[in-house]
Design a protein around this ligand. Structure first.
Ligand code: GLU
Length: 544
């Protein structure tokens, strides 16, 4: 029997623990045969470290994580860095930081190791070649000696209106320099001369490959449509196609979840599983729907985010080659809980109208079968709605450090956490992004740099100046500097001076805050304190 990496579980619902050993043997005379094989669930996120982590990639992380946790399985992070031309320094560390920010931590990874290490394909290089050679020996792959010029010439020569990009496939391979066309002597001679070669899969002509996808059901491919993909490159490095299959096998992956863009490659992978003799161990597949532009036309790209003014990457990403900075959800002011919740709803729901889910709820309710086949439109307004809901839902202490950081980066040091918490509690209803806590709250910690005097100047009177001076004096005598007595004193004073409270409320707000915004004005006065309130009123009176 092939090694399947199985753990064994008793396949019975009988309460065995309540029966004695002999009773059990009587009831289950063939007990050993009642064990069924059930593999421990193992899933992987297998990014290539080529740049920022797109919302689509992050959703793949999440669905892998949810499934693994729900099934009591393992979540593996494997870095697919075999394409050295596309490798970008720092991208791998950045991916790990994104997982950390969202608290979707892998059980095994290049950082925390695991039984199947190493988890970086570049460190597994020596491992792949033997499998490519095995395929050549079995007649399912072949050596190809074509130079880049010869490949280019083939593409030019066979280009037609109907076939603008001729491929190295079951037809054209007959015209090329490979071990199928050259004969053994010539192949041996070229090998002897150390002529560079690649190994390509020999795609059969006219066969059907069938895939059972957990989201899409049965999917059929015609092998004639697929080109003879390179499996091993001239430098001995595997391509993604070979490495992904070998590593999924060696790492005992039971379920491979990845983006829909990989669906066209899946017939190559399925044939490799079969040709390498591992068919029984092949993982179950799910190809997650694309994330579409807000208008539903095409895949959401980083450029759409730049164009429409919203983040597409999980976290800020600075390309070390161009120094270009692309903004991320984290730095835009999203809470990880909200970001994760929003990701879950991109193409999935639990069949009810519920939209706000904790990670624990997601782990228990998630099912791949409920993921939609069709692409999920990205809606930034909805993403912000999730954030607003989570700002209201989570205890202030959870996100206080992130908001404090925003203040401190802008030069406002927070000395008194209790005051900060009072402020944050008061304005959280008004915040959609964490950055909103700056505009909505900075005036609690420093006087407004300017005030919108123009809004009140035209209706200003000497009587109002007198009123505010009287209010400062009256308030100074108040035994309790809190919102309710302040409001009562303010309104009584206005009534006694025949001024409508409404006519002095807006001026008070503008004096304290600078503009026509913010929470209850007496709450603001209560928090900033007696001296500061009086100071701001006096300062404003000088300007009016
Ligand atoms: N390395 C591939 C990527 O960058 C992984 C695809 C897969 O999961 O099979 O997306």
């Amino acid at each position: 029997m092939k090694e399947l990496g199985c753990s064994f579980k008793i396949a019975t619902s009988a309460p065995l623990s309540k029966t004695s050993k002999t009773e059990r043997e009587n009831r289950f005379p063939f007990l050993p045969y009642l064990y069924t094989m059930s593999k421990k669930v193992r899933v992987r996120f297998a990014p290539s470290p080529t740049g920022g982590l797109h919302v689509g990639g992050m959703r793949t992380v999440l669905f892998n994580y949810l499934f693994a946790k729900q099934q009591g399985g393992d979540f593996v992070l494997r870095i697919e860095d075999t394409d050295q031309n596309r490798y970008v320094p720092g991208a791998e560390e950045y991916i790990m930081e994104c997982l950390q920010w969202c608290n979707l931590l892998p059980d095994e990874s290049p950082y925390n190791g695991g039984a199947y290490a190493p988890y970086r394909q570049s460190e597994r290089k020596a491992l792949y070649k033997q499998y490519a050679e095995q395929l050549v020996q079995g007649g399912q792959a072949y050596y190809a000696f074509d130079t880049p010029e010869e490949l280019e010439e083939m593409r030019t020569r066979y280009r037609t209106a109907d076939n603008p990009q001729p491929q190295y496939n079951h037809i054209l391979r007959e015209q090329m320099r490979n071990s199928l066309t050259l004969g053994d002597d010539e192949v041996n001679r070229l090998m002897g001369e150390e002529m560079p070669y690649v190994i390509r899969i020999k795609m059969p002509a006219g066969e059907q490959v069938q895939l059972t996808d957990m989201i899409r059901g049965e999917v059929h491919f015609s092998t004639s449509e697929v080109d003879d993909k390179v499996l091993l490159k001239a430098d001995g490095m595997p391509t993604y196609h070979l490495a992904v299959v070998v590593d999924d096998y060696l790492m005992k992956i039971t379920h491979a979840f990845r983006g829909e863009e990989w669906l066209p490659s899946s017939p190559v992978h399925i044939l490799l599983w079969k040709y390498l003799g591992w068919e029984e161990a092949m993982p179950q597949w799910a190809h997650l729907p694309l994330i579409l532009k807000p208008d539903g036309h095409g895949k959401l790209s980083k450029r759409d985010g730049d164009r429409l003014g919203f983040p597409v990457f999980a976290m800020d990403w600075k390309d070390p080659r161009t120094e270009e900075l692309t903004r991320g959800f984290k730095e835009r002011g999203f809470l990880p809980e909200a970001f994760v919740n929003m990701l879950a709803m991109l193409g999935w729901n639990d069949g009810t109208a519920q939209e706000i889910f904790t990670i624990e709820e997601l782990v228990s309710r998630f099912s791949m079968e409920r993921v939609h086949k069709g692409g999920a439109k990205f809606d930034y307004e909805k993403a912000k709605w999730f954030n607003h809901e989570w700002i209201k839902k989570l205890p202030v202490e959870n996100w206080l450090p992130a908001v404090k950081k925003i203040y401190e980066e802008k030069g406002v040091m927070i000395a008194d956490d209790n005051k900060f918490i009072r402020v944050l509690e008061l304005i959280r209803e008004r915040a959609t992004l964490l950055s909103d806590f700056w505009e909505q709250g900075v005036f609690f910690f420093q006087a407004p740099a300017s005030i919108d005097a123009a809004s009140i100047q035209s209706k200003w009177t000497e009587g109002k100046t007198a009123f505010f001076n009287a209010f400062i004096a009256l308030a100074d005598q108040l035994p309790d500097w809190s919102a309710a007595p302040l409001e009562a004193a303010f309104k009584e004073l206005a009534a006694s001076q025949n001024i409508k409270a409404g006519e002095v409320l807006l001026p008070l707000r503008i004096m304290l805050v600078g503009g026509k915004f913010g929470p209850g004005v007496f709450d603001i006065a209560a928090i900033i304190g007696k001296e500061e309130t009086a100071g701001r009123i006096r300062h404003a009176l000088q300007l009016l």
